[in-house]
Design a protein around this ligand. Structure first.
Ligand SMILES: Nc1ncnc2c1ncn2[C@@H]1O[C@H](COP(=O)(O)OP(=O)(O)OP(=O)(O)O)[C@@H](O)[C@H]1O
Ligand SMILES: [Mg+2]
Length: 349
């Protein structure tokens, strides 16, 4: 089932500088149970899109469907109920400073007309679910960033949403806390079947967490699909630029200072970057090259990370400087669909 269907929506803002089309004819779908990453440069329209998804913003044209129902067909009172199924968390948590963690979480429930006792019971349950119930009486100012974001997630979960929208939810957190919040989101996706749509500037987050990705540029969706498909073969140069650093392992400095463009009398090795994507990444290509072809490759650096059910990344390898060895290596790699880029010659001096 589709949680969201975005059908050709546009959103224009009027400003002193003239009109800005924050969204231009945007279309895509979010399937139930997926984790969708929305990426793109600053000003691309990501937050505007997310605000349209939860009804904070109304598109000027086009239609938005939540669980197969057009959002613009609801009366305002009905829309409030629908919006309870769409949770949202933000970069700066947006907690009320004068309310405790428990009160922050129960506030949304009070609007649903539940008794205070029931609100507190469900709020505590939500705090427990995200592992922050021991801080139920703390005020936001007494919480770390990670703890505050857990409270914000609990607040969203207390209304039992079908989807959680996250606008740069980890941008204000240190790397370790970011990982904790991301694995919490992943757990919620697995255990509750919670659909998640998140905005991030970190492609590694999309690679590690998301099933689908939507790439935005200047208000338009320029590419979208399953993460492994889009990341392995970006169709658009903006996407290619965004994911490039995920694939391009750096050549270690101890090696790069010894690189030359032309061979020298003392050259012993040639340096290559091997790009692994899709099927090629599943096979032990480098091990087989050494075992079957008896070519002694050396791995000088690299990044290989899980992507979907395979791996993606690059390895920097040295190959003995010998024309026939290099030819055999290239032939073998081509047969295994591993793309090799020549980086230079390495000398012993
Ligand atoms: N309320 C508003 N009034 C006028 N212009 C707006 C408004 N909200 C957004 N915009 C403009 O719409 C465009 C898209 O903004 P948006 O906040 O959606 O971008 P974003 O992709 O979330 O950027 P960032 O990564 O910096 O958060 C920008 O040019 C922005 O200036
Ligand atoms: Mg934004």
């Amino acid at each position: 089932m589709e949680i969201f269907r975005v059908d050709n929506i546009s959103r224009r803002f009027q400003s002193a500088m003239g009109d800005v089309w924050a969204l231009k004819e945007v279309s895509f779908k979010v399937t139930k149970g997926s984790i969708t990453g929305i990426v793109g440069k600053s000003g691309a329209g990501k937050s505007t899109l997310l605000r349209c998804l939860n009804g904070l913003e109304t598109p000027d044209t086009g239609h938005l469907y939540f669980e197969d129902q057009a959002l613009d067909a609801y009366a305002p009172s009905e829309l409030r109920q629908v919006r309870q199924k769409i949770g949202m968390i933000f970069q700066h948590f947006n907690l009320l400073r004068r309310r405790t963690a428990l009160e922050n979480v129960s506030l949304g429930l009070e609007f649903m007309g539940l008794s205070q006792q029931e609100c507190h019971r469900r709020a505590l349950e939500a705090l427990r679910l995200v592992g922050i119930d021991h801080k139920k009486d703390a005020y936001p100012g007494e919480l770390s960033g990670g703890q505050a974001q857990r409270v914000a997630i609990a607040r969203a979960l207390a209304c039992k949403p079908h989807v959680l929208l996250c606008d740069e939810a980890t941008s204000a957190l240190d790397p370790e806390t970011t990982q904790e919040i991301l694995s919490l989101l992943s757990d919620l996706n697995h255990t509750l079947g919670l659909t998640i749509v998140l905005i991030t500037h970190e492609m590694a987050i999309v690679r590690d967490l998301c099933t689908h990705v939507v790439v935005m540029d200047h208000g338009s969706v320029i590419e979208e699909g399953r993460v492994e498909t889009v990341f392995q073969a970006p169709a658009h140069e903006v996407t290619a630029a965004l994911v490039q650093h995920l694939f391009n392992a750096r050549v270690p400095r101890v090696i790069s200072r010894r690189l030359t463009d032309t061979p020298r009398p003392t050259t012993t090795q040639a340096l290559y970057r091997l790009l692994f994507t899709g099927a090629s990444a599943k096979e032990a290509v480098v091990a087989e090259l050494m075992r079957e072809q008896h070519i002694p490759l050396n791995i000088a650096g690299g990044t290989l990370d899980p992507l979907g059910d395979s791996l993606c990344g690059t390895l920097i390898v040295t190959v003995p400087y010998d024309t026939s060895v290099i030819e055999r290596t290239k032939e073998y790699l081509t047969s295994k669909q591993v793309h090799a880029t020549f980086l230079g010659y390495l000398s012993d001096d």
